[in-house]
Design a protein around this ligand. Structure first.
Ligand SMILES: C[S@@+](CC[C@H](N)C(=O)[O-])C[C@H]1O[C@@H](n2cnc3c(N)ncnc32)[C@H](O)[C@@H]1O
Length: 250
């Protein structure tokens, strides 16, 4: 039910266009302002969330020869955090976002391999990566379940998935303040700066129908992940879910 609901929020609202097509068009339009708005609208807290995500994968990233895939990598901020520790591939289906990522990666000290592709049809055979991450991407896929299944498929046994996404604030009071900011203030600023009427209204709408922490944990378990756990970030405004793909030795 949760994954069905997650598909209901769609940027264009046009039933005739697939969610993927409208999501890609939306990110193509806002790409030039994406990083600026991300950091400004979150007061740079998003950077801390990505750093925390990389930190929680430390034991995996420090494995000799570790390979990491960052799905829906956008302009590459999480990919770059990961690449300083291990070989990192970033995948996204929006070329303007990837082009910006490419420019940033060219100036970074560590190489990243960027791939234009669909997170629901990852162009790798099974069991290739020690860690697979997805930051603020799962919510945008056609279905959450299919995204989780694809992550599980390309993980090596013994690997770990990290899902960073907006979530449900733990305290009702914080939830009400955040909801007001997210639903009324952020769309106005986002529209004024990015020029997109749709993108920053879709953001709160898609977060509202996204599974909460407990539901996401159950969904990860049901596609096969073990040791599923989550951290609330900034009081649950975002959450980082972790899950392991067990090896036969576990
Ligand atoms: C909110 S941005 C997140 C970017 C980045 N991970 C970050 O933390 O800033 C979502 C990204 O997901 C990408 N995306 C959405 N659906 C996708 C799909 N099916 N396959 C690949 N990329 C997708 C979009 O193009 C966009 O770049």
């Amino acid at each position: 039910v949760a994954s069905q609901a997650a598909t209901e929020a769609q940027p264009s609202g046009k039933a005739s266009q697939s969610k993927s097509a409208s999501v890609r068009a939306m990110f193509s339009q806002i790409a030039p302002k994406y990083d600026f708005l991300n950091h400004a609208l979150s007061l740079n807290i998003d950077k801390r969330w990505r750093r925390f995500t990389a930190h929680q994968l430390s034991d995996i990233l420090d494995r000799p020869g570790a390979r990491v895939l960052d799905l829906c990598c956008g302009t590459g901020d999480l990919s770059m955090e990961l690449a300083s520790r291990s070989s990192t591939w970033g995948l996204d289906f929006c070329r303007p976002m990837l082009s910006l990522g490419l420019k940033k990666a060219a100036q970074a000290a560590f190489p990243i391999l960027l791939i234009e592709g669909d997170a629901l049809r990852v162009p790798f055979v099974d069991c290739q990566f020690d860690a697979v991450t997805i930051a603020f991407g799962l919510r945008n896929l056609e279905t959450v379940d299919d995204g989780l299944r694809e992550i599980y498929r390309v993980l090596k046994p013994g690997g770990r998935a990290a899902v960073l996404e907006f979530s449900t604030p733990a305290l009702p009071f914080l939830g009400r303040i955040f909801d007001f900011y997210f639903s009324y203030i952020l769309p106005q600023i986002g529209k004024a700066i990015s020029g997109s009427k749709v993108a920053y209204s879709y953001l709160p709408e898609s977060v509202k129908v996204f599974p909460n922490q407990a539901t996401m944990s159950r969904m990860m378990q049901s596609v096969g992940f073990s040791n599923v756990a989550y951290y609330n970030l900034s009081g649950g405004i975002a959450a980082l879910h972790l899950g392991d793909k067990l090896s036969s030795a576990d």
